[in-house]
Design a protein around this ligand. Structure first.
Ligand code: TXA
Ligand code: MG
Length: 330
């Protein structure tokens, strides 16, 4: 069992941020808002602190973590950026893009955070609260989403506390995450630039900056450089309810997750329905996705029926998360 801690609720004013920095430098666990989802941060250079993340999340320890920094110079002290990595960093940082690049020999990040890989995943978040936490900490911060492993990612401070109150040292209370799905992960390795996870920056936006198509990582793991995002377990983001995708109608007692102006037939018999975006806007839908899944799950309905959502723009990341929520559980 995890030891019960008092989880400090910190405001994002100067005194709260000072305490946030102290918690992180002392090897503690701190949840903080970012524009994608809330992160669970620890000093990336402190193996014991990083171990605490895996323990609090109940996460399989083979998942490497994203390391968060506040400037490109700090990122370049950790990894070797090739031309395409630099182009992407300049176009999308700060923002919801994570770049995977070969780590430098002098990279001080703990082996545990890297899960023994030769590459490192780095992100500069855009959220001013997240940047303030990183500056207060003054060192690279490893941070997965601040939920128990396998649960829906948190987009509000309340979501984080539902999962982790008493298991972490503190939380910086901020606004609801603006984007609502995790960062897009792109690996810039010497032989190729590939997408490992769809997320808050659309594939089309990345392809436009690169000037060429962006392939997905090959299914087979290459020996040595593990180009796939190893954390992409199929059954992930799992609500307790069953999830039924591309529903064209609602069955009696089901919860309904709708999209766009046209409802689903059978809505009058549903336990509860929520519309991710009545106007059919995928950006708005991404922002509401995880909160809607939590709310529908809390209704106690045995199954959540989800209306079809287009694949365009952030629709790709939304559908990726929904497919994982619907996958058979291990
Ligand atoms: O938006 C986000 O990215 C959020 C916020 C908190 O920044 N973080 C997040 O972290 O989603 P997490 O731990 O839930 O997802 C990290 C992903 C995993 O799929 C992991 O396998 C992958 O990044 N990853 C980390 N290092 C990698 C590496 N060297 N090579 C390939 N994939 C890597
Ligand atoms: Mg996660």
């Amino acid at each position: 069992m995890n030891t019960v801690k008092t989880t400090r609720r910190l405001t994002k004013d100067a005194s709260g941020l000072t305490e946030a920095g102290e918690i992180l430098r002392a090897g503690g666990l701190l949840a903080f808002p970012t524009e994608t989802v809330y992160g669970l941060g620890a000093d990336a250079t402190n193996g014991m602190a990083v171990a605490g993340i895996y323990k609090a999340k109940g996460r399989p320890s083979f998942n490497p973590l994203i390391v968060h920094v506040s400037s490109l110079a700090e990122a370049q002290a950790l990894a070797r950026f090739n031309d395409e990595a630099l182009v992407l960093a300049k176009a999308f940082w700060p923002g919801p893009l994570t770049l995977v690049a070969p780590r430098l020999p002098e990279c001080p990040v703990s082996e545990l955070a890297l899960a023994g890989l030769d590459s490192i995943a780095i992100r500069i978040p855009a959220s001013p609260d997240a940047r303030a936490v990183l500056v207060a900490a003054g060192r690279p911060i490893a941070a997965p989403s601040a939920n128990r492993s396998g649960r829906v990612s948190p987009t509000t401070a309340e979501h984080v506390l539902e999962d982790l109150d008493g298991l972490i040292d503190g939380i910086v209370i901020g606004e609801q995450a603006e984007i609502g799905v995790e960062s897009t992960i792109v690996a810039c390795l010497d032989w190729k630039t590939v997408m490992l996870r769809p997320g808050g920056v659309s594939r089309a936006a990345i392809e436009q900056v690169l000037g060429h198509r962006l392939d997905d990582a090959p299914e087979a793991q290459d020996a040595g450089d593990a180009p796939r995002a190893p954390g992409m377990l199929l059954s992930h983001y799992a609500p307790r309810a069953m999830v039924r995708l591309n529903a064209t109608d609602l069955r009696p007692g089901e919860a309904g997750l709708l999209f766009g102006p046209s409802g689903l037939t059978g809505s009058e018999y549903a336990a509860v329905t929520l519309n991710l975006s009545p106007t059919g806007d995928v950006v708005e839908a991404a922002a509401h996705l995880f909160d809607a899944l939590r709310t529908l799950d809390a209704s106690g309905a045995p199954s959540i029926a989800v209306a079809p959502i287009p694949e365009s723009g952030l629709g790709e990341a939304i559908n990726d998360r929904l497919r994982r929520a619907a996958a058979p559980r291990e």
